[in-house]
Design a protein around this ligand. Structure first.
Ligand SMILES: C[S@@+](CC[C@H](N)C(=O)[O-])C[C@H]1O[C@@H](n2cnc3c(N)ncnc32)[C@H](O)[C@@H]1O
Length: 330
């Protein structure tokens, strides 16, 4: 096989592709089947070339056996990550979380803590911040956001977006919450400071996954890239990390239908909310949650930028581990 995308000097045969894709999946959950082999070869081929390896097999040996291989595996995942995101993507569940769920179910004086687990360049948690601000609930909602891709997190903190990221943002909201800047539109400052970013692998989130930390977890448009066993593993971790009564929100094309999960599903304003029952801590206690209808749809039918840590910023971008940020860790 010859490669595409200008990296034609290397060949990626089936066996080496399986080995490399297996490492990537084991680390990040991202699954590459043969249909995406060309894309894989193109992106990883760039890393192979940049590091001066004679071919993919030597690169595999480096990832697998070299002490520096772990950091390179992180780089490989960043090269492969699909960071597609935009403001007001699937806004219904976010609006419902802020305008219905929180007022009705969160009477405690403490803030309602939300973790956006695969936030890419930040449009999702910032959208939630906008929605909370417009609902007058900014002070009640604490938003943390993470991603496996350090470059995406740096962009998230810059909060400068092009037309693509704003394509679903109504004109009045754009005028109100964004300002024109060199290179695009910058989210205005009060909102920028409402989201705290940190690095985390959603499969092994360390501190972020401490038992009972979150009132809500967003994991949207990530599990579409996972195999079923990986989804089950991630979901179990999210269940542990939620407080009793806490809620998991998925992307609209994602569903836990075919899984025996510890969550109970509730339709709230027609959206599916996966709820951790009060009284369930840690692993499921044997009681299966009610299963959702067929799909997760509506019911009723980063790189090369300065490291923000250097200026006391909010972002921790260290791979394979987290550091508390300036305002405390999640
Ligand atoms: C398609 S974007 C989704 C962004 C946002 N949640 C949304 O719905 O618009 C998927 C993101 O998942 C991130 N990702 C991939 N594997 C991950 C993992 N194991 N842990 C955390 N983030 C991961 C990618 O870097 C990418 O930014």
């Amino acid at each position: 096989m010859t490669e595409k995308g200008g990296v034609g000097r290397f060949a990626l045969d089936d066996r080496v592709f399986q080995l490399l894709a297996g490492l990537v999946e084991e680390y990040s959950g991202l699954r590459f089947d043969v249909g995406r082999r060309d894309l894989f070869a193109e992106r990883i081929g760039r890393r192979v070339a940049a590091l001066g390896f004679p071919g993919f097999l030597d690169y595999y040996y480096h990832l697998r056996y070299d002490p520096a291989g772990r950091e390179e595996l992180q780089q490989a995942v960043e090269a492969l990550a699909v960071n597609e995101t935009y403001f007001f993507r699937e806004p219904g569940p976010l609006e419902t979380l802020v305008r219905t769920w929180i007022p009705e179910r969160h009477q405690a004086p403490e803030p309602f803590r939300v973790w956006s687990t695969a936030c890419s360049t930040g449009a999702e948690p910032y959208t939630l911040a906008i929605v909370a601000e417009e609902a007058g609930l900014s002070e009640r909602v604490e938003i943390w956001a993470s991603d496996i891709d350090r470059g995406a997190l740096l962009e998230a903190q810059e909060a400068v977006y092009g037309e693509g990221a704003l394509r679903m943002t109504p004109a009045d909201k754009r005028a109100r919450w964004f300002e024109r800047t060199e290179g695009g539109w910058r989210l205005r400052s009060p909102l920028r400071s409402r989201v705290r970013f940190f690095w985390a692998n959603a499969l092994e989130p360390d501190g972020a996954a401490g038992e009972g930390r979150w009132h809500a977890i967003l994991c949207r448009n990530l599990m579409i890239y996972f195999a079923e066993e990986t989804i089950a593993r991630a979901v179990e971790g999210f269940h542990r990390a939620l407080r009793p009564g806490g809620v998991l929100l998925l992307g609209l094309t994602e569903s836990l239908l075919r899984f025996d999960t510890p969550f109970r599903v509730e339709e709230v304003n027609g959206w599916f909310f996966y709820v951790k029952d009060v009284g369930t801590l840690g692993r499921r206690d044997g009681e299966a949650g009610r299963r959702p209808p067929s799909h997760g749809h509506r019911g009723g039918g980063c790189h090369g930028k300065e490291d923000p840590r250097a200026r006391g910023g909010r972002l921790c971008v260290r791979a394979q581990g987290r550091e508390p940020d300036a305002r405390g860790s999640p």
